[in-house]
Design a protein around this ligand. Structure first.
Ligand SMILES: Cc1ncc(COP(=O)(O)O)c(C=O)c1O
Length: 480
């Protein structure tokens, strides 16, 4: 057979596309390397990675309480010097207590845990869910994972029986879903979100996509909902969540609720699928008892932003016991989620409470991150509002804005001559002119005939926004 080459590897891996780390991201890293080597020939002196929701790569500071606890978990010998910790390093007593408690629960963070996670941490998650939703949660149905990505990967593996197995995926979407389905050789059934209604789900559209797939012989098994949305930032109303659950109940679809941005909400309130399903079950005895829901959360986003640690969890509701045993087997093949990340999940769901020694600083840091995100989202939105041919709804949630761009025929032709889609062409020119890396809408899927790009609003300051505004004007003038 000879050496491995691109033509004899798994064709499904070859076919998968993952734009957030695609050509533009690679090019931005090349430019960054040139700048680091002292290259002064570029028209900018820094790269702004607005392509990926990676909070701490930009300016988001880790929460002190979290990192203090982690430091003790990584090096428990420090606990022999409590006086130094308290009197010289500013650790509070609740940091020390929490670290001791976690060490008691997991032994060493250098040891594997149980496959589905440290049980006491699963209990903390269940308590958090109960408090969040006002309904009970069972730790036995909670699985710690290496980020939400790993949970999605597990669930899609379990769901995919054959290439006919289909999953309804919102478009535009975070490409984890299409890429994983592609690797699994299962079928992605796209359903469009409604840009004219702030990117909400539209039941008639979902039904249309479902019926068409069924008619094409696809065995549709699940529906993915990302709430708040990526790349759209949409934050769904309770009504929308209810109608998706109702549809899933009628068609017997597993609901995969990707709720990693649940604390990144600017307008209205986050409505969890678990909470709304529990309410529906209470209001309509029997009717929704068979709904299968997997909801996912993560330490990567929100005010935690610890994505490099790779932690998260998913909760299952209504799954058949043998299917759940297969899920358990699947996660056990990977042994367990990183234990230090499991501890971060515990800290996320069980942070310092009012009156506790670390609360004041925790609260201050948490609010500073939340307010900073909101301010930057609004500043960026204001800039987009003033750009010719750019339309962008008000920031609602998550870490992204997804404006539409209207480009001239001349720009479309220029893109074609480079073998690029017009949005790719625009984003490439933007990167080359400003060092700002954003992702073209085609990387997430967009309605035929529309063009968008996605940018995070994580980067500090407004200078980079000014660079985008200036580039945009020049680009529009050039291709008028
Ligand atoms: C919607 C969505 N789901 C999942 C993930 C992956 O999160 P994690 O870092 O927990 O794997 C992301 C990351 O950007 C995301 O945007």
């Amino acid at each position: 057979m000879g050496r491995l080459n691109i033509n004899n590897i798994n064709p499904h891996v070859r076919a998968a596309e993952y734009a957030v780390r695609g050509e533009l991201a690679v090019k931005s890293e090349e430019l960054r390397a040139r700048l680091n080597k002292g290259d002064t020939s570029l028209p900018f002196d820094k790269i702004v990675s607005a392509n990926i929701g990676n909070p701490q790569q930009l300016d988001q500071k880790p929460i002190t309480f979290f990192r203090q606890v982690l430091s003790l978990l990584e090096y428990p010998n420090l606990l022999e010097k409590e006086d130094v910790l308290i009197n010289h390093l500013g650790y509070k007593t609740d940091v020390i207590e929490r670290a001791k408690w976690l060490l008691k629960q997991c032994g060493s963070v250098g040891a594997y845990s149980a496959s589905s996670g440290v049980y006491a941490i699963k209990e903390s998650i269940a308590k958090f869910l109960e408090k969040r939703d006002g309904f009970s949660a069972n730790p036995d149905h909670i699985y710690l994972s290496a980020g939400a990505s790993s949970g999605v990967n597990t669930l899609l593996h379990i769901l995919s029986e054959s290439d006919k197995s289909g999953v309804l995926v919102p478009i535009p979407q975070y490409p984890l879903y299409t890429a994983t389905l592609s690797v699994l050789d299962a079928t992605c059934v796209p359903y469009y979100l409604d840009e004219s209604k702030a990117w909400a789900t539209d039941l008639a559209t979902i039904r249309g996509a479902y019926d068409k797939a069924k008619a094409d012989g696809v065995d549709v098994r699940a529906i993915v909902v990302i709430n708040p949305g990526n790349p759209t930032g949409a934050s769904l109303s309770e009504e929308d969540v209810r109608s998706v659950i109702d549809f899933a109940a009628k068609e017997k679809l597993v609901i995969m609720a990707d709720e990693v941005y649940q604390t990144n909400v600017f307008i209205g309130k986050f409505h969890s699928f678990k909470g709304v399903l529990s309410k529906l079950q209470q209001e309509n005895p029997g009717k929704y008892d068979d709904v299968e829901l997997a909801s996912l959360h993560s330490i990567s986003k929100g005010m935690v932003g610890e994505c490099g640690h790779r932690g998260g969890y998913f909760e299952l509701v209504g799954f058949d016991a043998e299917v759940e045993a297969a899920i358990y087997k699947f996660v056990s093949i990977m042994l367990c989620a990183p234990v230090i990340a499991q501890c971060l999940v515990e800290l996320m769901v069980n942070p310092p409470q009012p009156g506790e020694p670390s609360f004041e600083l925790y609260d201050k840091e948490y609010n500073a991150v939340a307010n900073g995100l909101r301010e930057r989202a609004n500043a960026l939105h204001k800039a987009f509002d003033q750009m010719e041919g750019v339309e962008c709804g008000e920031p609602q949630g998550s870490m992204y804005l997804f404006p539409s761009i209207n480009l001239s025929q001349k720009a479309v032709e220029a893109a074609k001559s480079e073998n690029r889609t017009p949005d790719e062409f625009y984003c490439m020119r933007l990167l080359e002119a400003t060092g700002v890396c954003v992702i073209p809408g085609s990387g997430f899927g967009q309605k035929e005939g529309t063009l968008h790009f996605r940018t995070t609003f994580l980067a500090p300051g407004t200078e980079w926004v000014d660079r985008i505004t200036k580039f945009h004007k020049e680009f529009m003038d050039k291709y008028r």
